[in-house]
Design a protein around this ligand. Structure first.
Ligand SMILES: NC(=O)c1ccc[n+]([C@@H]2O[C@H](COP(=O)([O-])OP(=O)(O)OC[C@H]3O[C@@H](n4cnc5c(N)ncnc54)[C@H](OP(=O)(O)O)[C@@H]3O)[C@@H](O)[C@H]2O)c1
Length: 225
């Protein structure tokens, strides 16, 4: 299977990439950090492919997709995982630029990869889009308003997309659960340590994602505990 993952440099994206490659799939991924992308390229040679790319840059995403489609073909599975979280703070104190950047990454970045890859999935007649949501896309906490807004948006965006996709394609908003990553540590500091590592999480999440199909289309799902 050809699996495309955004936000592959660390955390859940990296753990999914490691698991899928270990289980015989081809992974194409991106993230902004050049150092981690270099590390991935060094660790995993072709046919896997990793690009230093910011998902907010729609034109670069388009150029990247043309390269991926030309060398690898159409992805079977598109996992929109890249996201950022705001510095926990009351909404009225969140700087304009921070809010704007978060929306650009967490919502518009997702639509950029969908615009670039989904028409080709439709053309081929198969494909699954998994947009990583959050518990904070279904309930809220003080201090997290921008992030909650972006993940509620991911739920709505994905459900609307699911009604647009022709059978047998499918789109699923997926809450990963709570995992000890750099993102969680930004929210909860050392409290994050009580949660599973990305590697342990991927043992449950990666096969669960592979089990999704049209029957899951538009459903708000969570990775099983
Ligand atoms: N950890 C949790 O408990 C938890 C809970 C609920 C939902 N989630 C969701 O799970 C997903 C992964 O989160 P995580 O915990 O693994 O976070 P993380 O450790 O901070 O990783 C986020 C990834 O996204 C990439 N990224 C961020 N902005 C990007 C951009 N503009 N373009 C391309 N890549 C970008 C980062 O790489 P660069 O910085 O190198 O670009 C990194 O690889 C996110 O959608 C998050 O909202 C996580």
């Amino acid at each position: 299977m050809l699996i495309l993952i955004t936000g592959v440099s660390r955390g859940l994206g990296r753990a999914l990439a490691d698991w899928y490659i270990a289980h015989g799939h081809t992974v194409v991924g991106c993230a902004r950090s050049g150092t981690e992308i270099f590390d991935l390229r060094f660790t995993y040679s072709e046919p896997h492919s990793f690009e230093s790319l910011d998902v907010t840059e729609a034109i670069k995403v388009e150029i990247w997709s043309e390269r991926v489609l030309g060398t690898h073909g159409v992805p079977d599975l598109l996992i929109n995982n890249a996201a950022v979280v705001n510095e926990p703070a009351p909404l009225w104190t969140v700087p304009v630029q921070e809010f704007s950047k978060l929306i650009d990454i967490n919502i518009k970045g997702v639509s950029n990869t969908i615009r670039a890859f989904v028409p080709h999935m439709i053309g081929r007649g198969s494909g699954l889009v998994v947009n990583i949501s959050s518990g904070w896309g279904r309930s809220v906490s003080a201090g997290m308003a921008p992030y909650c807004a972006s993940k509620y948006a991911i739920e709505g965006l994905t459900k609307a997309l699911s009604e647009e996709l022709p059978d047998p394609l499918a789109a699923v908003p997926l809450n990963p659960g709570i995992i000890d990553t750099a993102m969680l540590r930004k929210c909860w500091k050392d409290g994050a340590a009580q949660y599973p590592s990305p590697k342990d999480w991927a043992e449950r999440a990666a096969p669960f994602i592979l089990s999704l199909d049209r029957r899951s289309n538009g459903k708000s799902l969570s990775v099983p505990e």
